[in-house]
Design a protein around this ligand. Structure first.
Ligand SMILES: NC(=O)c1ccc[n+]([C@@H]2O[C@H](COP(=O)([O-])OP(=O)(O)OC[C@H]3O[C@@H](n4cnc5c(N)ncnc54)[C@H](OP(=O)(O)O)[C@@H]3O)[C@@H](O)[C@H]2O)c1
Length: 306
């Protein structure tokens, strides 16, 4: 039977398990996909801990981990157009990506361009698409200055590149160990941690035009006063606090059209995925631990052998 990496109830790593599961059956508007790669994101362990997505119901258990995946279509549910058996696709699964088989709803599934690997495609639907949505939401003019916190993580890595591509000056806050990496993306690096706002002022004496926050908490509180207009603050890392401070959450599009756009940017050489480490499905727990540390560099992926 096919394997899947699940959590059996809410809790810590002790509730994780690799199990055998039936091949899922695609419902209306869904594709059965043989997974080749699945991205690993902070939301995966947050859901295991008990986080419930706004508008979602509590999970039934066991729940397969994983919010983004790429693979090959092996089955097609009712009311699906534009997809065929054998198509290579990527998107946001409804049944979890850390598995040999998953279900992708066509509304959030795109065809994988031939020039894009499964591994690269698997990390686009959550982190890169969030970066794309956020940079578009800010709509900054070329020459503006944007501060990105958590600039060396999954979303930050993509956000720095996309903002730079729009001609925006980027200040990237990240740990000292990520200085070279953040600079290689085209940002001015400032070290995160206490005193961050002063370090930003030192490199941007005229202030910053916008903040894209990916950390939340004390970091978000510290950088919010740098803005003349609090509305120019968006966050994927601390949404309620961003709103409290006068800003907003990143408004996620979650459409196949955005996935197509992001894939084109990768194939066109504008956006690099920076997959830092790939793990086999058997090592899914280690992959999660790497992301759960809160300090991963770029993206972490699980690769599923065909
Ligand atoms: N709303 C959405 O749809 C959506 C989508 C994607 C992500 N998110 C959320 O956005 C956040 C970022 O996601 P991600 O995938 O980029 O995560 P990630 O890959 O884990 O990166 C987060 C970055 O934050 C930095 N960081 C962690 N703790 C910190 C602290 N105490 N102070 C300063 N920096 C700290 C880390 O950098 P250093 O090692 O340099 O400290 C790390 O690179 C997460 O909360 C995630 O759940 C939301």
């Amino acid at each position: 039977m096919p394997k899947a990496y699940v959590f059996t109830r809410n809790g810590g790593p002790e509730v994780e398990s690799l199990i055998d599961q039936d091949v899922p059956v695609p419902g209306p508007g869904e594709l059965l996909v043989a997974v080749r790669a699945a991205g690993v994101n902070p939301v995966d362990w947050k859901l295991r801990d008990g986080y419930v997505r706004p508008g979602s119901e509590r999970q039934s258990f066991p729940t397969v981990f994983g919010s983004e995946a790429a693979g090959v279509v092996e089955g097609i549910g009712p009311d699906v157009e534009g997809f065929a058996i054998g198509d290579e696709v990527f998107g946001n699964p409804v049944t979890g990506g850390y598995a040999e088989y998953t279900l992708l709803p066509v509304a959030v599934t795109a065809h994988k361009p031939a020039g894009l690997s499964f591994t690269d495609a698997a990390v686009l639907p959550v982190a890169a698409a969030t970066a794309y949505d956020g940079v578009r939401q800010l709509g900054l003019a070329p020459g503006s200055t944007l501060l990105i916190t958590g600039a060396g993580g999954g979303v930050g890595t993509a956000a720095v590149q996309l903002a730079r591509h729009s001609g925006v000056h980027v200040i990237g806050a990240a740990g000292a160990a990520k200085k070279e990496f953040v600079e290689s993306l085209g940002a001015v690096h400032v070290e995160s941690g206490p005193g961050l706002a002063d370090r930003v002022r030192a490199v941007a004496p005229d202030g910053v035009d916008a903040v894209f926050d990916l950390v939340g908490g004390d970091t978000l509180r510290a950088v919010a006063p740098l803005l003349a207009d609090p509305a120019a603050l968006i966050s994927a890392g601390g949404k309620p606090l961003a709103v409290e401070l006068g800003g907003a959450a990143v408004a996620r599009a979650r459409t196949a059209a955005v996935l197509d756009e992001v894939a084109k940017l990768v194939v066109g050489g504008v956006l690099r995925t920076h997959v830092n480490r790939a793990y086999p499905l058997l090592g899914a727990g280690d992959a999660l631990r790497a992301v759960e540390s809160g300090h991963s560099l770029g993206k972490t992926v699980i690769e599923v052998v065909a």
